[in-house]
Design a protein around this ligand. Structure first.
Ligand code: PEP
Ligand code: CO
Length: 466
C-alpha cells in the first residue's frame, strides 16, 4: 500500500466514512453476488475522481450566495439518465436547454444563475416497490441503468454490479462533453442564437429569439465601448444527482490532499431523496460526513421538528451553501405546508437554500397507463413557492426540474397543448415524465417574471463567469 493510500484509509476511518454500514438502509439493490459488487466498488475507488474539491467548494460558495438572496439556482435533467441516452446530441440538447433557461432567468431577473445538470451520474432510482409484476410474472423493479436493465426479462432485471463500473464510465464521458461545451466556446453568450437552432417555431422559442436579439445588441454596444468579453466564453456548469447507492458514493469519496477532508467526487452536488432521508439511517449518516453541498427533498408530510433535526444533522456549523431544501409538495399542498416551515426556521439562525421541485408532487397516471404531470400544476406549485417566500420574507432560491432538450410528449399542457394522444407518440422516459424543450423555456420565462418581485442581487451579473 502506498503512503497516500495509507493516509486515505486513516483519514476515512477517523471521518467515520463507513459508519453507515451498521445502520438501517433503504433502496439498495439486492446484488445476487455481494462479493462481486464489493470487488467492483474497490475498483471504482481506484479510478480518477469526476470532480475536484476546489470546484465543490466554489459551488458551495455559489449556493451560499443563492441562499442569501444574491443568486438563483437552476437544476435540471432527466429523471433517470440512461446509458443509451448518453449521446453527444442528447447531451448537447440538454445543456443548451439549461443554458437557454439560465439566460432567460439571468436577463429577466437580473440575478446570476447557478447552472446545474441532473446529469453525469443520475442513474439510480428509488422505487416504491421492490418488484414489478406483468401478466403474472414478477421480477425485480428497474432501479436505474447503474443497477439493472429496463427490459422486462429475468436476465435484464437481475442487478449486475458490472453496471456500477459502466455507470462510472458513462458519467465520465458525459461530464467530459459538458466540460467541453461549457468551456470550449459553445456557451459563449455571443452564440445565444445558435442554442436555439433546430427547434420549430413556437411562442416560447420566438420569445427566446427576441431576447437573444436584445442581448446581442447589448453585447455589440458594449463591445463598441471597448468592454472585454473574454470571460463570457466560459460558464460554470455543475452536476448533481441523488446519492442513492451508498456503495458507489463511498467508493467515489476521497480525502482531499489539501484540506484532508472527505469529498464525494462523483458529483459537485448530492441530494438525499424523500424516501431515504430518515434521520438515524445510513444515507443521512454518510452524507453528513462529506464536504459537498447536500440537498434534501422535503415532501408534503414534512414537519418542523424533522426539518430542524435535518439542519442539525447536516449543517451543525450553519455553513452558507452547505444545505439545500428541495421542496416537492404538490400544487395542492405546498400552500398549506411550506409557509409554516419557513416561519419556524427564521428563529433558528439557519439560512438553508430553498429550491422548488414542482415535479415530484404532481405526478399521476392516465387511463392509458402513462405517468404524467400537468404543466399547469407545475406552474401552480412554482407560483405558490414564490408566494410563500414573499410572505415569509425569505428568498426563493431556485428551481429543480426534470427536463430534456428533445421534443418529447411526456408532461401534459404548455403552449403546445400536449394532450393524451401525443403521449402515445412521443413518450420516451423510462421513469418520470419530463418537460420538453419548449415547456422548459416557457417555465423559465414565467420564473423570471416571478423573480422580478424580489430585490435584485448585490452580486453583479456577468462577474466571474457565473
Ligand atoms: C427524483 O428526484 O427523481 C426523486 C425520486 O425525487 P423524490 O425523492 O423527491 O421522490
Ligand atoms: Co423523478
Amino acid at each position: 500500500m502506498t503512503i497516500t493510500q495509507q493516509l486515505q484509509q486513516q483519514v476515512s476511518a477517523a471521518a467515520g466514512l463507513d459508519a453507515w454500514r451498521e445502520l438501517p438502509i433503504r433502496q439498495q439493490p439486492n446484488w445476487p453476488d455481494k462479493q462481486a459488487a464489493a470487488a467492483i466498488a474497490e475498483q471504482i475507488a481506484t479510478r480518477p475522481p469526476l470532480v475536484f474539491a476546489g470546484e465543490v467548494d466554489r459551488l458551495r460558495e455559489r449556493l451560499g450566495q443563492a441562499a442569501a438572496g444574491n443568486a438563483f439556482v437552476l437544476q435540471g435533467g432527466d429523471c433517470a439518465e440512461t446509458f443509451a441516452g448518453a449521446t453527444a446530441d442528447k447531451i448537447r440538447a440538454r445543456v443548451s436547454t439549461i443554458l437557454q433557461m439560465a439566460l432567460v432567468l439571468t436577463y429577466g431577473a437580473s440575478m446570476p444563475v447557478v447552472k446545474m445538470g441532473r446529469m453525469a451520474g443520475q442513474f439510480a432510482k428509488p422505487r416504491s416497490k421492490d418488484t414489478e409484476t406483468r401478466d403474472g410474472v414478477t421480477l425485480p423493479a428497474y432501479r436505474g441503468d447503474i443497477v439493472n436493465g429496463f427490459a422486462f426479462t429475468e436476465e435484464s432485471r437481475t442487478p449486475d454490479p458490472q453496471r456500477l463500473l459502466d455507470g462510472y464510465h458513462v458519467a465520465v464521458s458525459t461530464l467530459n462533453l459538458i466540460r467541453s461545451f461549457t468551456t470550449g466556446g459553445f456557451a459563449d453568450m455571443r452564440e445565444v442564437h445558435s442554442w436555439n437552432q433546430g427547434f420549430a417555431k413556437n411562442p416560447a422559442n420566438a420569445r427566446y429569439d427576441l431576447m437573444a436579439r436584445e442581448i446581442d445588441r447589448a453585447l455589440k454596444f458594449m463591445t463598441a465601448t471597448g468592454a472585454d468579453f473574454e470571460a463570457l466564453k466560459e460558464v460554470e456548469f455543475y452536476v448533481g444527482h441523488e446519492g442513492l447507492l451508498l456503495e458507489y458514493e463511498r467508493a467515489m469519496t476521497r480525502i482531499d490532499s489539501r484540506t484532508k477532508l472527505p469529498y464525494d467526487t462523483s458529483a459537485h452536488f448530492i441530494w438525499i431523496g424523500e424516501r431515504t432521508r430518515d434521520l438515524d439511517e445510513a444515507h443521512m449518516d454518510f452524507f453528513s460526513r462529506v464536504k459537498n453541498p447536500i440537498g434534501v427533498k422535503l415532501g408534503p408530510g414534512t414537519d418542523t421538528e424533522t426539518m430542524l433535526r435535518i439542519i442539525d444533522k447536516l449543517d451543525p456549523e450553519r455553513e452558507p451553501g452547505r444545505l439545500t431544501f428541495i421542496t416537492r409538495m404538490g400544487a395542492q399542498k405546498i400552500g398549506d405546508v411550506l409557509p409554516g416551515l419557513l416561519e419556524s426556521i427564521k428563529a433558528e439562525g439557519s439560512t438553508p437554500l430553498w429550491i422548488t421541485d414542482p415535479m415530484h408532487g404532481n405526478g399521476f397516471t392516465t387511463e392509458r397507463g402513462y405517468k404524467t404531470r400537468n404543466f399547469d400544476d407545475i406552474v401552480t406549485e412554482v407560483k405558490d413557492f414564490f408566494a410563500a417566500h414573499k410572505a415569509a420574507g425569505t428568498h426563493p432560491g431556485g428551481i429543480h426540474v426534470e427536463l430534456t432538450g428533445d421534443d418529447v410528449a411526456e408532461c401534459l399542457g404548455g403552449s403546445d397543448r400536449v394532450d393524451e394522444a401525443a403521449l402515445e407518440t412521443r413518450y420516451e422516459s423510462q421513469c418520470d415524465p419530463r418537460l420538453n424543450h419548449k415547456q422548459s423555456l416557457e417555465l423559465s420565462f414565467l420564473v423570471a417574471e416571478l423573480l422580478q418581485q424580489f430585490p435584485s442581487a448585490e452580486v453583479p451579473v456577468g462577474q466571474d463567469n457565473w
